[in-house]
Write a protein that binds this ligand. Sequence first.
Ligand code: NAP
Length: 494
Amino acid sequence: MTIAVHQDHFQTLVSSINRQLLIDGRWTAAADGATMSVDNPATGRELTEVADATVADGRRALEAAVRAQPAWAKTSPRKRSEILTRAYHIIHSRLDELALLMTLEMGKPLDEARGEVRYAAEFLRWFAEEAVRIDGGFATTPDGDSRAIVVAAPVGPCLLITPWNFPLAMGTRKMAPAIAAGCTMVLKPAPQTPLSSLALAEILSEAGLPDGVLNVITTSRAGEVIEPLLRSGDVRKLSFTGSTAVGKILLEQAGSSVIRNSMELGGNAPFIVFDDADLDIAVECAMQAKMRNMGEACTAGNRFYIHENVVEEFSTRLAERMGALRVAPGWDEESQVGPLIDAQSRDKVDRLVRDAVSRGATVVGGGHPVPEEGFFYAPTVLTNVDPASEMCSTEIFGPVAAIQTFTDTYDVVAAANDTDWGLVGYIFTQDIDKAMNVSEELEVGMVGLNAGIVSNPATPFGGVKQSGLGREGGRVGIDEFLEYKLISMPIRRT
Ligand code: NAP
């Protein structure tokens, strides 16, 4: 198929999505009529425009969520579960078009986009199953004089803010438990990737979600629009996924009206390969942990610590595998590495690589932007990376494996923990005691033990230290959207 035929198909798909704000069940333009551009990172050109919400639009969206809350809280868990289940099936019936939409706005290869659509849908299925398992408690107090009944209730109107790197899954990971718990919400997706969220909102309406339960505002003025909502006293829960820097700003704003919050923030994952590791597994998992989403993942392996005895073989094999990947626009079915999200991100990756090289790193493969249209960066392996390099203390967010060596287990754990972040760590060894000891000593919320991917809707996802607060997914994911209320009943003896 020629690129011209592609473009027609792309435009038809993009035009089929409602690109206005969803407030109280109605699609509306921004109050001032403003729109903002959504670009295709594989070409650098505009894909389409969406409504650009004003401060007043943000307020209207929150008011709609507040109005819808009492009735929604009273719906039966079964009804909420069935809406989620219907949405799950609709997503699967439109898997290919949702994947292409995501690829167009975000850049990831189609195959990965299909994987994300399935992963995103899985949160709907998981929380459809959890909606009907919300429980409370009953107890006799220790003195025997009272009965304590504990009931779970929805926390109330939620504000959900998502990043661009997993445009659909980061939304469903919040929306599905909120819906299951009986909360209403305002969703603000990232301005780079609003189309996936808008398509999801249409699907949830089609699945029967009542008006006002989900309100979606796309905006280029996030700070201006969000702050008054957080300070209004009407938001009862903030769930944010994004950078640690923005998370800190929002925590401060949410503090002003004591809002419950979940923070899924940045990472700086250590990827540790001991000399007794199965190197086939370690290299395969390094490909997953580094190259999934072109390295634009909070879980991406950021600092590779490879035992001195195996570093040469590991880095040679990893460079061969990374160098063989096909870098191409994501809509090309052969593509394995798509573009980075924008020019700024690509230039940041290049700056980090040049900084590491200036401090003595060796380029084993890649090490440069791809000189074509779009924001591509060549898959890159660096060895002898100086720990003082900037890439060791910041998220690379690109296809760059930065390798250091170690010999001593105690030293590598200390180095791995020497960061403000603590989202995930990867360990490769065949020694069960070492595996368990290091797993327990790493200061992280998740460990990949001989594994390159840890995310699963059925398990708790989240970090410690400055990687976040709270967990998404798993049995505990719904708790983030519930309050437990005590009804205390003394028994007066007769
Ligand atoms: P970001 O710059 O922090 O933005 C995240 C979201 O917050 C966007 O929707 C953004 O909109 C919004 N935002 C920014 N400033 C705001 C403000 N003052 N008030 C309200 N909203 C504001 O992060 P990103 O670049 O989109 O995403 C990458 C980051 O997300 C990385 O650090 C990555 O590690 C992290 N992440 C974490 C997880 C996890 O589960 N732990 C998962 C995925 C990504 P604007 O762009 O319009 O400002």
